[in-house]
Ligand binder design. Structure first.
Ligand code: DQQ
Length: 490
C-alpha cells in the first residue's frame, strides 16, 4: 500500500454554530454540510468507528468524501478528520461512494466505491484509523463482470465484505437493465485479487413484489445469525426518489442465498442505505441515513442535510421476520421523567399534557382499545394546534401513520402521511416506543416488529406540546413513560 492520501483536513463548520431548532441533538450528524449513507462501521480496539458519505462543500450531494467519527458507547461521538477524499485523476476522482471496513489481520482496510465509472477500491491505515492510504493498484475491481446475460449499465457499487473460513467474500449492488436489481458475489484471498462467483440474488421489477422490485439494488449487507442469514437491500425504485430498505431472511448455502421471509425494515420513506456491524458482544447493530423531507433551499440555508438514525439492534424472530430495536445504551440519555397510568384517552382535540413539553423526548406507551379504534399521540404541538404531528393507530385499517398535514407552517416541506402496516391480534394492546429529536421521529411499535421513521419541520417556537387523543372508539392508556433526552454534544 502506498500513494498517500491527504484528506486530513478538519471539517469546515463547528458544532457550536448558530442555534437551529430543527437540528437533531442526540442523533449523529456531521458538524455541517451534507451526509448520506453510513459506511465502514467497525469496532476497533474497543471503540466504534463510523464513516459516512459526506460533502464538505455544502448541504448537497456532490464530490462525496468519507466523514469519520468515533464513539465509546454507540451514542456519543467525537469527530475525526475526513478519512477519504476523491483523488484527482484517480479511480475515485468523482467521489468515494459507499463501502465497508474490515480487519485484515490487524490492518484496518476500507473497501469502497470509486466513481466514475463505478469500481471497487481499497485503502488502509497504519495510525489506528486516523489517516488512510489508498492502494496504488486501485481499482481492485474495475467493472461489473462481463456476462452476456447482464446489462448492468455500469451500475456496480457499495461493496460489503466478510470473511468465512479464511476467504473474503464481497457482495455488491448492481442491476440488470429492464429486469431489476441484483447483488453480485465475489471471492478473494487477499482483498486485492477478486474472482466473480455469481449473483447472490436477482430481483424482478415486473412482478410487482415490493420486496424484489427496484431498478437498482444498493448497499447490500449480509448478516449471519448462526444458520440463518438476513440480507438487507436498499431499493432504488421508480420514481428515482422512491427509496426503501428491505430485509430477506433466509439461508446461505454454497454461497447462494435463498430468501424465505421478506419485509420492509423501516417504513416511512425517510430511512435508507443502512449498514450493519456485528459487535464484539455478538449484537448486530445498524444505522441508516434519514433523508431530509424539506426543500433543498431550506437545507442549504440551514447548512446541513441528512442525519443518522439511532443505533438499532437487528433481531430475527422465530417466525423469521426481523425486529429492530433501539440499543439499550440510549437509556443513558434519559433525564426528566414523567409517568402516567390508567388514563381514559380523551376525544380529539384532547388536552395537551400540562407538564410535558419538548423537542427531544422519548415516549413509551401502551394502549388498550376496542374494535375499530383510531387513536394516538400528538407531538410538536402549538397551543392552538396550528402546528402538530400525530402518530396514529388506525385499527380497522391495520395501519400506523404519522400524519404530517399540520406538522409545519412552512410550505416547503413534505406533509403527506407516512404509513406502516401494523395488524394487532384482537385484544392485544398497542405498544409504542417513540423518539423525537427536533426534526426526527423514529417509532418502534409492537417491540420493534413495525418501525417507522419520519421527518418534520415545525417552525413555531411554541410547538412543544405533547398529548394523547382518541378519534374513534374507546381507548385507555394503560401506562406511559416520557423522558426528556439529553444532547450528545457538549
Ligand atoms: N449512496 C452512495 C452510493 C449508494 C447510495 C453515494 C445509496 O454508493 O448506492 O453517495 O444512498
Amino acid at each position: 500500500m502506498s500513494k498517500a492520501n491527504q484528506p486530513t483536513a478538519l471539517h469546515p463548520g463547528t458544532r457550536a454554530e448558530k442555534p437551529d431548532p430543527l437540528r437533531p441533538r442526540y442523533h449523529f450528524l456531521p458538524p455541517a454540510n451534507w451526509m448520506n449513507d453510513p459506511c465502514g462501521l467497525i469496532q476497533w480496539n474497543g471503540r466504534y468507528h463510523m464513516f459516512y458519505q459526506y460533502n464538505p462543500d455544502g448541504a448537497y450531494h456532490d464530490a462525496i468524501h468519507w466523514g469519520h467519527a468515533v464513539s465509546d458507547d454507540l451514542v456519543h461521538w467525537e469527530d475525526l478528520p475526513i478519512a477519504l477524499a476523491p483523488s484527482p485523476g484517480g479511480p475515485d476522482k468523482d467521489g468515494c461512494w459507499s463501502g465497508c471496513a474490515v480487519d485484515d489481520d490487524g490492518v484496518p482496510t476500507l473497501v469502497y466505491t470509486g466513481v466514475f465509472p463505478q469500481t471497487v477500491c481499497i485503502a488502509t491505515s497504519s495510525d489506528a484509523m486516523v489517516t488512510w492510504q489508498k492502494f496504488e493498484g486501485n481499482p481492485v475491481i474495475d467493472s461489473p463482470p462481463y456476462d452476456v446475460r447482464y446489462d448492468t449499465g455500469g451500475h456496480f457499487r457499495d461493496p460489503y465484505v466478510w470473511r468465512e473460513s479464511g476467504v473474503w467474500y464481497l457482495a455488491i449492488g448492481s442491476k440488470i437493465r429492464d429486469v431489476g436489481g441484483m447483488v453480485l458475489l465475489y471471492r478473494s484471498h487477499d482483498l486485492i485479487n477478486w474472482e466473480y462467483l455469481h449473483p447472490l440474488m436477482v430481483g424482478d421489477v415486473h412482478k410487482g413484489d415490493p420486496f424484489c422490485t427496484g431498478t437498482m439494488w444498493e448497499c447490500p449487507n449480509l448478516l449471519c445469525f448462526g444458520d440463518q442469514h438476513v440480507l438487507l437491500i436498499s431499493l432504488q425504485a421508480t420514481p428515482i426518489d422512491h427509496l426503501y430498505t428491505v430485509y430477506h431472511t433466509g439461508t446461505c448455502c454454497e454461497q447462494k442465498f435463498e430468501s424465505k421471509v421478506q419485509g420492509i425494515l423501516v417504513h416511512g420513506g425517510s430511512f435508507y442505505a443502512p449498514q450493519a456491524v456485528q459487535l464484539a458482544d455478538d449484537r448486530w447493530v445498524l444505522w441508516g441515513w434519514l433523508k431530509e423531507a424539506r426543500a433543498q433551499g431550506m437545507c442549504e440555508w440551514a447548512g446541513w442535510a441528512g442525519v443518522m438514525s439511532l443505533p438499532l439492534r437487528v433481531m430475527p424472530l422465530p417466525d423469521r421476520t426481523v425486529a429492530v430495536r433501539p440499543v439499550e445504551e440510549l437509556q443513558t440519555l434519559r433525564r426528566e421523567h414523567w409517568q402516567y397510568e390508567d388514563l381514559t384517552v380523551e376525544r380529539e382535540p384532547a388536552q395537551l399534557l400540562s407538564d410535558v413539553k419538548g423537542q427531544r423526548l422519548e415516549v413509551m406507551a401502551e394502549f388498550s382499545f376496542e374494535g375499530e379504534a383510531v387513536f394516538g399521540l400528538r407531538l410538536r404541538c402549538s397551543p392552538d394546534g396550528q402546528e402538530q404531528t400525530r402518530i396514529v393507530y388506525r385499527a380497522a385499517e391495520g395501519q400506523l401513520v404519522v400524519e404530517r398535514d399540520a406538522s409545519s407552517v412552512s410550505p416547503d416541506v413534505e406533509r403527506n402521511d407516512c404509513t406502516a402496516p401494523l395488524q394487532l391480534a384482537p385484544g392485544s394492546p398497542l405498544k409504542l416506543h417513540v423518539f423525537l429529536d427536533h426534526s426526527v421521529i423514529e417509532i418502534f411499535a409492537d417491540d420493534g416488529r413495525t418501525c417507522l421513521a419520519s421527518r418534520i419541520y415545525p417552525l413555531r417556537p411554541d410547538s412543544l406540546g405533547v398529548g394523547f387523543f382518541a378519534r374513534e372508539g374507546s381507548v385507555k392508556m394503560d401506562s406511559s413513560d416520557i423522558w426528556r433526552l439529553d444532547s450528545i454534544w457538549t
